[in-house]
Ligand binder design. Structure first.
Ligand code: SAM
Length: 284
């Protein structure tokens, strides 16, 4: 598959996912809030700043950062997928946020002048960039000299049972297609040092990778978790569509057994790990 085909496949999948990311927006904001806090801290985001969000999906971290930078600061949300931009923009409207602007664009071709932003961040988006070094170079181009760029990506699925408990069970019943490890995927930058090396290749200085251990928590039952996972993930939606309806109860029961220890309090609580990779644009 060439880069153009790869890009189309990735963006089509996200377009199909947009309605589910909108449906679960409140849970997503809550479950992944520690990643947003990590990005805000590592990219030194504060009041008055102008911040770029790359691959903002249903609106995070843009919506949270808009409160941090305040009315005298601003956030520019970007995402290449029309469905994502629409849902994020609608939410900002519902919240009456005046300091966010929205732009549909891809990370590898940012329609902004050099040195427009104090900082650029991406939460769980860098692993889907079709051409990561070009995209990271673009992020560095549009931040000011000495400005920070910071990206949150998942650590391996072995330390992220939020994903592996359901995926491993479904994989036992329906084979998932073997992907190139460098193709866009949630765990593409899970190996320590991989995204950091890309950021250094793109020209960043003082690149630091920090491991963030946290818990993905929400007051939901296994039943609600099952629905959320099987709706939000494009690959799971495809795998589930290939199953005979009669197989479903056994699969769901196997997943419930595997997930039992993460619901002991009657609520969901998964251990999780992500990497926050941060670098600085060289001083002019
Ligand atoms: C896992 S979602 C994360 C969304 C949001 N930042 C969050 O954390 O809830 C990944 C996002 O990356 C976006 N994405 C995919 N390819 C991209 C690209 N080439 N440039 C920028 N964003 C991209 C998708 O459209 C999707 O919204």
């Amino acid at each position: 598959m060439n880069l153009e085909q790869q890009s189309k496949k990735t963006l089509d999948a996200w377009q199909a996912s947009a309605r589910y990311w909108d449906k679960y927006r409140a849970l997503i904001a809550q479950m992944f809030a520690p990643l947003t806090s990590g990005l805000i801290e590592e990219a030194r985001i504060g009041i008055d700043q102008t911040v770029l969000d790359i691959g903002g999906g249903s609106g995070e971290p843009s919506l949270t950062i808009s409160e941090i930078v305040g009315p005298t600061g601003s956030v520019i949300y970007t995402d290449p997928v029309a469905g994502m931009v629409e849902t994020a923009q609608a939410e900002a409207g519902r919240r009456d946020l005046a300091n966010i602007q929205f732009k549909q664009c891809s990370a590898d071709d940012l329609p902004f002048a050099d040195e427009t932003f104090d900082a650029a961040v991406g939460r769980l988006s860098a692993m889907f960039f079709v051409d990561p070094v070009t995209a990271l170079r673009e992020a560095l181009r549009v931040v000011r000299n000495d400005g920070y760029v910071s990206f949150a990506v998942w650590s391996p699925k072995e330390v992220n049972p939020f994903f592996s408990t359901v995926n491993d069970v479904v994989d036992r019943f329906v084979e998932s297609p073997k992907e190139d490890p460098d193709a866009p995927d949630a765990f593409r930058f899970a190996a320590p040092g991989k995204l950091a090396a890309n950021l250094e290749n793109a020209g960043a200085e003082q690149v630091i990778e920090s491991k963030l251990n946290f818990r993905i928590e929400a007051a939901i039952s296994f039943e609600q978790f099952w629905q959320l996972r099987t709706e939000m993930s494009e690959s799971l939606r495809k795998q589930m569509a290939g199953l005979a309806p009669a197989q479903l109860p056994a699969i769901k029961q196997a997943a419930a057994d595997a997930a039992k220890r993460y619901f002991v309090t009657g609520q969901m609580s998964f251990p999780a790990q992500a990497l926050i990779v941060t670098g600085r644009k060289p001083a002019g």
